[in-house]
Design a protein around this ligand. Sequence first.
Ligand SMILES: Cc1ncc(COP(=O)(O)O)c(C=O)c1O
Length: 357
Amino acid sequence: MAPSNLVRTTVRTMSGYAPGEQPAPGERVVKLNTNENPYPPSPRVMEAIQAVDVEMLRRYPHPLADRFRESCARLWSVEANQIIAGNGSDDILTIATRTFVPPGGSIASPDPSYSLYPVLARLEDARHVGVPWLDGFGLPIEALIATRASAIYLANPNAPTGTVVEIAEIAKLARAFAGLVLVDEAYGDFWGQSAVPLVKDFANVVVSRSLSKGYALAGLRFGYGVAQSGVIDEMMKVKDSYNCDAISIVAATAAIEDQAHASRGWENVRLERERMTHHLSELGFKVIPSQANFVLATVPGGDGRRFYEGLRRQGILVRYFDKPGLSDKLRITVGTGQENDALIAGLLTMIEKQQAA
Ligand SMILES: Cc1ncc(COP(=O)(O)O)c(C=O)c1O
């Protein structure tokens, strides 16, 4: 424990973000707990990494990751100066918070949502205000605006529910709200729609996207933000000078240039998501319709922890949140067909054992 006068009170008294469990190397588990893509990245990614020259490692990387920005700009039909690259999209969220949320200010987001948002607010000596979703996971526009927050963070698709807010609703929010609307599209590829076109009309919209999920590169750490160029210029002042390393820049560029590979993976995830939803429903789970690469399911009987632990004992990892409104649910990442079959078999074993007892 650090001496109490050494550490900022804010940091000393807060809990950090709790990432999902990562198994030890070589440990054989079915890993459906951190929403990684079940399929490998484009083969062009490894080719790009293998082609990295030692000279590239000796030198600093391009500070703005311009090779990536140019490819990414073509993908979204925007200008390269409308893109900021980050060390994962969490880096974009951190940069946005430091740029737009002053100490003493606040971030509002519909609740439940990504559990990093309160941590980011706290680190800025700002507050986080959770506003309950409307029935059916509708966007509580008026209540969000009434918080008078400095910024509204909206995960779309949302985590951990997998639900989506239509882009027209986000436009309504951006029009009515004076502060930043950050649309966190970490799972956007599995839905197929995006708020990126809104940045043309709204200076207060920043969209963050990730290569961790849709491009199967969670270990690489690469994400980006899209906004009007004047907004990006301000965010550039805040980021670490070299926030993306040379290897990640070439690899991420190769990944987004292979749209055919990535989109085959998105389609497979959608098909497996439907199959998983169907089988879970047959077992008595109530599954919220999801547009992401995971589902949130209420367990039969309502004891989420029991199912989480029972699966854990069988070497199947899923995510359990010991929080009001979530403790009767499991968040399950859509895996390969084989992994999803193992999950369903594991649940069936537990349910049959319980029925026999
Ligand atoms: C809603 C949401 N946003 C952002 C992230 C961060 O993704 P990245 O790996 O790009 O930092 C996650 C990761 O789980 C997430 O669930």
